[in-house]
Structures are given as C-alpha cells and as structure tokens.
Design a binder for this molecule. Sequence first.
Ligand code: TDO
Length: 180
Amino acid sequence: MRFIPTALDGVVIVEPEPAHDSRGFFARTFCVREFGAQGLETAFVQHSLSHSAARGTLRGMHFQRGPYAEVKVVTCTKGAVRDVLIDLRPRSPTYRRWEGYDLTAANRRSLYVPKGFAHGFQTLEPDTEVSYLISEFHAPAAATGVRHDDPAFGIAWPLPITEISEKDRNWRDFAEAVHT
Ligand SMILES: Cc1cn([C@H]2C[C@H](O)[C@@H](COP(=O)(O)OP(=O)(O)O[C@H]3O[C@@H](C)C(=O)[C@@H](O)[C@H]3O)O2)c(=O)[nH]c1=O
C-alpha cells in the first residue's frame, strides 16, 4: 500500500499496490502491520456500506462527538464520489479547512479520516457504493453534523444536489453550534 499525505493534517490517501498476473490482481486494502507502521488506527469495530441510487446524492457532513469520535477509512467500491472533509479540531494547523478528494471504483483510493473531522460526499455517478471501516460503534446520541452549504466553510460541491436527507438539510450553522 502507498500512503500519501494530503493538505489536511493527518488525512492520508491509501492506494493499493496490486500484484497483477494473467487472472487479474490481488491487493491488500487494509493491513494492521502497514497501518500500524504509519501510526494509523488499526482497531476497527464496524465495516459498513452505503448505496446511493442517484448521481448528485449528498450525504454529510457527519461526525460523532467526544469519546465516540471515529476514525474512518472510506472507499468507493462502485461508481464515484467527491469525498469532502472539514477539519474541526480547534488545535489543528488546518482547523476549519475543507478539502475534496475523488474516490472512485476505478482509482481504488481510500481516504483515512482521523478523529475530529466532519465527513461527507456527493455521488458523481448513479448506483454508487461507499464502504467504511469505522473505529467506534454507532452512537446516535453522539452523532452530529454540519451543513453541506454552511457559509463558515463554503464547500464547492461538484453537482446540483439531487437527493439529501432531512437531517442533513437541517444541521444548524456551525457558528451558532460552536458558541452555544
Ligand atoms: C451511520 C449509521 C447509520 N445507521 C442507521 C441509522 C439510519 O436508520 C440509517 C441511515 O443513517 P444515516 O442517514 O445517518 O446514513 P448516512 O447519511 O449514510 O450516514 C453516513 O454518512 C457518511 C457521510 C458518514 O461519514 C458515515 O459515517 C455515516 O454517518 O442507518 C446505523 O445503523 N449504523 C450506523 O453506523
């Protein structure tokens, strides 16, 4: 695997290094030893999957608070997404910055998302699947988010939004949330 640092502190693109032969290839997508050697989380308690039918579907921007904060390793196994992260760690050099990453079934890239980031994506193709390794159990009481169009961040999404949940449409302004 190749581990490629990004502009956001602690966010890493993970690329498989396939061993090709006449049948196709074999590639590791997660390895306790290799992740451990990079100082990355290795204890994942969930492997989860989402399917989005329509191109332009938006999910996010999600995170769990406090002791339930999650590390996620996000991979697009079918179709394509623009994955977006916002650094919400007040002491980080990249606090409040966002960045977008194209994860596609074709490029086979995964994104390593440390604790303290809001995560979301928009599908670039119909019939898109996203797979996650997640380091914490789902804790609905600790689950929260920021709005995809919050002016505090000004995220540039690639497409008009075709589908979004009520929950995601209605996250309150980050500026209000941090001061209350
Ligand atoms: C996230 C999650 C949801 N659920 C349930 C709750 C609900 O009935 C249904 C759909 O949940 P949501 O609407 O939150 O699904 P979704 O909007 O796809 O949530 C996901 O969004 C992306 C951006 C992430 O980063 C993920 O960690 C996760 O938060 O699945 C679980 O059972 N376990 C889980 O870990």
